[in-house]
Design a protein. Sequence first.
Length: 546
Amino acid sequence: MWTLVVLIVPNVVLDITESTSWLWKIANIIAPAGFYLCVLSWTRKTGVAVLCALPWMIFAAFQLVLSYLFGEAIIAVDMFLNVVTTNVEEVNELLGNLFYAILTVVLLYLPPLIWAIVMTCKKKRLSGSQRNKVMRDGVYVMLVGIIATIAAEFSRSGGRFYRELFPLNVVCNLGEAINRTNQTRHYPETSKDFTYKAVSERPDSLPEIYVMVIGETARAINWQLAGYERPTNPRLSRRSGLTFFPKAISQSNTTHKSVPMMMSCASAETFDSIQYYKSILTAMKEAGFYTRFFSNQAPNHSYTEFFGNEADDIRYADFSRKPHPFDHEMVDWLRQAVADTIHRKQFIVMHTYGSHFLYRDRYPQSESYFSPDNMVDANSGNRPCLINGYDNTIRYTDHVLDGIIGVLDGADVAAGLVYSSDHGEDIFDDRRNRFLHASPNPTYYQLHVASLAWMSDELQSLHPEFVTAIKTNRTKPMAPQTALFHTALQMAGVKSPLFRPESSLVDESYNYGKPLYVTDLNQGVPLEKSGLKDLDFEKLSTLLSK
Ligand SMILES: [Zn+2]
């Protein structure tokens, strides 16, 4: 009985957090309860039966921790993928902050498991009649659950049972996650014949260098360049040739989707086709550029890693070092690259660690400006301290980006940079008390990201029309996932049949219609269908109407 109760706890929690019809809420309790009763009575060995429910207990525990973390939604496909693409260090940092949630699930699920082991050792069995009664009850309850499910499916609110009933919906999501992991594994084959047919329209003798910097968890509202009252961009605010795009809305709230889209011609409308594409590194290589991929994030068998492997020169920071290397190291690598006199045309992608939680660990202590920043416990009471730490990461990113631009500027060649964060972050910003990113449903704070471009004086005089266009396009809505790729190609004078001028911020025809979002099921949908709430739309409409 205790096992049945603890197994059904997540269903009750989901009935409270999800806005489904009451028919679905009833079905979501009765049908799984009937199923669990059948599982728990399939053998007379009562301990063994409870141990057989272990996979369901794992789903239930995982679900409760996520409900605690995000306040809503079932375990998404992306959550499973995040587990395989997030490194151990990040997981440890996060787990420390979920202590009470984890303690609760341990207290819920450990006692029945211990009891089951003891019963198994004692070879305790139910009598035949006891077991038959439980099984019969289970079948009856399940039948009622099935009727409720059918009624819910045919009701006005609609919905499908495999998306509404926990844990069936989570099992389906796990299946989809396995499917996508296989897809990623076969990427080298599915993409092997891909070509951008890219060529440079500039003379071979012209020295040029272009950099795409991929930021991490940098939300625009903490950028001074976006109107934030704190001095988080003391250096970039003074840079000439720089354009900040205040209306950058990310198409994903996860790193593993957002970064590959920025690095390739895949976007929200075509996300699944990413398995056939190569990245901008290949496009630039085809056009005669020497390519480099610098990363301060560990390789994790994602598309980002595959794309990075296309470069001629691949460098990862030394992750065995403690603390985690700081982003400034990559500025030194860039300095070495610029000093390279053999390769006169270069294209470099830099993947930073940016503002990923734990914030305090993303910048050297000497760069701590807002204090105190030493409290890291994730709760709303600590928000001022967390914001100090977060703002320090942005100020440090400002320093790093300014360093990169300084190196490019000093090269005295046609040079350009595009930068965007992959997604934003919740930091206990409103009454929902949300924290972090990559939740099953996004928020405004996870999608409004920092994004900018810079062009050297040499590039500006070579293409004055770029300057005119970027000034006009600056205040238009943009998605880094489409704009970064096409803008970088055009800045570098690279032509390809896959280049879309209407997605390039240095083209006069630039136009990004309605912002899109890639759902957990990889569909590109308008923001109205992304799971954003009224609180988010208020913020977004204020931003987009400016
Ligand atoms: Zn990220």
